[in-house]
Design a protein around this ligand. Structure first.
Ligand code: NAP
Length: 411
């Protein structure tokens, strides 16, 4: 089987190594010898001392003329990856990709193109790195209606928040460390502002709820507003902060968002630290399932790509379901009764606290003043998020203040 590799960075080189390492076993078990026939890169010169330099090219024409049976795309981004993938799918050649940006943006279109040409596009590696999550969702859990999906699904932000919590690092220092460790890219915007996580949530939710859910329609909040003081507050209250991707199917309408939340120390997410990811799925037949492991990195991600490759070798025509054309109705407020932490920044603390007591007295409000006297943390209960926001807005009409509110996620 002739494989062409598009991209030879962190993931592409990992795929190359894993194919070399496992080729004998693949041959013994599945009767095929996998040969990498060409590798497309951007800066050819970089590879001139590579032992396999004859395989490298910077010309897409050479990839075409190598007549591959399978394409593995690890370039990333929308263009030119989209052009290359559509070229091969329209020729009926299967494509494996780790490209979450492209799948979240144009996944439905690519699946339709694959189906029309009697081939497939597989993208297990695009969500959760090494964690097998899309295949279980599509295949093993086919006998379920998925009711909710929650996930700590971005390794960079989880690493930063863990370092701030465990080692008292500042946000900037933790981000710098994440970059030095290779978890964060030099431009970390997509990670820290939650865009990477929302794309993955949109892919998971589309498959889970069998509707088209566009990532750009979902509310997204990253961790760049989380302060050192928030971490101190979390510790004093036996809470932690996580960037949570959460969606829920409420009678055909989907709530989905990425946002920082406080979790209790009993939460299943409390031990998911640093670059680790976790996904909890809830199905009406199976109940709750938790998947956890390394959500990124060279070998974990390459491992997911090899899983897809083996499926294709076995001739499993697994059309990825779920990236449907029918667009889901969305709701933008967290629908469940919940406790919240509200962080107020205010000059007139005394008038704020008396106002808060008056409004929330029936809910057993808990107010903590931190050492920084302009910041007040409040824990309140609300039946739903919309009600809470209405109340907070009414406070803001009377008292000049800024507020941010965070769910206390107990699962
Ligand atoms: N890194 C992770 O942990 C991880 C985890 C899950 C999914 N992913 C996904 O995997 C994909 C690859 O990520 P990565 O970390 O391996 O990226 P990377 O290290 O930056 O590698 C990108 C590769 O693509 C090549 N490339 C870039 N632009 C090109 C172009 N216009 N034409 C041909 N080749 C081009 C680069 O060539 P040069 O080498 O010549 O520059 C490089 O070999 C992305 O979609 C990413 O989202 C990554």
């Amino acid at each position: 089987l002739k494989v062409a590799l598009l991209g030879y960075g962190t993931i592409g080189s990992g795929v190359f190594e894993l194919i070399e390492k496992n080729n004998k076993i693949i041959n013994e078990n599945y009767g095929h010898n996998v040969e990498i026939v060409k590798i497309l890169v951007n800066r050819l010169k970089k590879y001139k001392n590579d032992a396999n330099f004859n395989l490298f090219t910077d010309q897409f024409e050479e990839i075409k003329s190598s007549k591959p049976d399978i394409i593995i795309e690890t370039i990333g981004g929308i263009l030119p990856a989209y052009d290359y993938i559509t070229y091969f799918l329209s020729k009926g050649i299967p494509v494996i990709t780790a490209n979450k940006d492209l799948i979240a943006e144009r996944g439905s279109e690519l699946i339709i193109l694959a189906k029309d040409n009697n081939t497939i596009i597989s993208y297990e590696a695009s969500v959760g790195g090494g964690i097998p999550i899309l295949k279980p969702l599509q295949e093993c859990l086919a006998g379920n209606e998925i009711t909710s999906i929650s996930a700590v699904i971005n390794g960079t932000t989880n690493y930063i928040l863990t370092q701030m919590y465990e080692n008292n690092e500042t946000y900037d220092k933790a981000l710098e460390n994440a970059q030095a460790m290779g978890f964060a890219e030099s431009d970390p915007t997509s990670d820290v502002e939650g865009f990477d996580a929302i794309r993955k949530l949109a892919i998971l939710s589309s498959i889970g709820y069998k509707k088209n859910i566009k990532w750009s329609d979902l509310p997204t909040q990253g961790i760049s507003n989380i302060t050192d003081l928030d971490i101190v507050y979390a510790k004093t209250e036996n809470l932690k902060i996580k960037l949570m991707a959460y969606s829920q199917n409420i009678d055909g309408t989907v709530y989905g968002a990425v946002r920082p939340v406080f979790i209790t120390l009993n939460s299943k997410y409390a031990q998911i630290n640093n670059e680790y990811n976790a996904v909890i799925l809830e199905g009406d037949s199976v109940g709750e399932l938790m998947f956890t492991g390394k959500g990124a990195g060279k070998y974990p991600t390459a491992s997911a790509i090899l899983g897809d490759l083996i499926d294709i070798i076995q001739n499993k025509k697994r059309y990825p379901e779920g990236l449907y054309e029918e667009v889901s109705n969305l709701q933008h407020y967290y629908p469940n009764p919940s406790h919240y932490v509200v962080r107020f920044k205010v000059d007139e603390i005394d008038s704020l606290t008396s106002k808060l007591f008056n409004i929330f007295y029936e809910h057993g409000i808990k107010i903590s003043r931190m050492q920084d006297q302009s910041v007040v943390y409040v824990q309140v209960f609300s039946e739903n998020e919309k009600k809470l926001i209405d109340t907070l807005e009414s406070i803001r009409e009377e008292i000049t203040c800024d507020y941010s509110h965070y769910i206390i996620y107990e699962k």
